[in-house]
Design a protein around this ligand. Sequence first.
Ligand SMILES: [Zn+2]
Length: 176
Amino acid sequence: MMNPGRVEAKARKILDQSGITFAPVDVELVAKTLGVEIKFDDLDDDVSGFLSVDPSRSVAVINENHHPNRQRFTIAHELGHYVLHVEADEGLFIDKKYIVHHRDHRSSLGTIDKEREANLFASSLLMPKAIVQSLLDDFRVDFFDEFETHSLAKRLGVSEQALGFRLARLGYEVGE
Ligand SMILES: [Zn+2]
């Protein structure tokens, strides 16, 4: 697994290059900055999306039937693969629930590391530390109840679950 600080730094750098300083992060603008096309398509329900990269074109295809917050996370996740894992100008990453849920499958251990890195990149991109902290300052609370978590998630355009993981990683305590 790549150093988490390095993954965060990469997300921060791309946000800077895209000129993004507020929430919700315009993830399609980030894609544009990177030169990755975003398309929405009627994919199988167990597929969140996939990233296809070849020398002439990079495109992330996102499941058009999923919730907008999930689509945002999937876009950010595919951009993570693009930034962290694409080598030699080509690659194909298909994101199915299966990959995420079969953590004990030995032959996919390398894949699972990549999935974790792409998820960390996605959460760093959609919930940048500086933006989360400034929103927290607005809330003026140290401990989150359900309502505050809901409002903050809405403001960031992420699921409450994704926000919960992010806040825990950033060292905040979150109530049930
Ligand atoms: Zn993935």
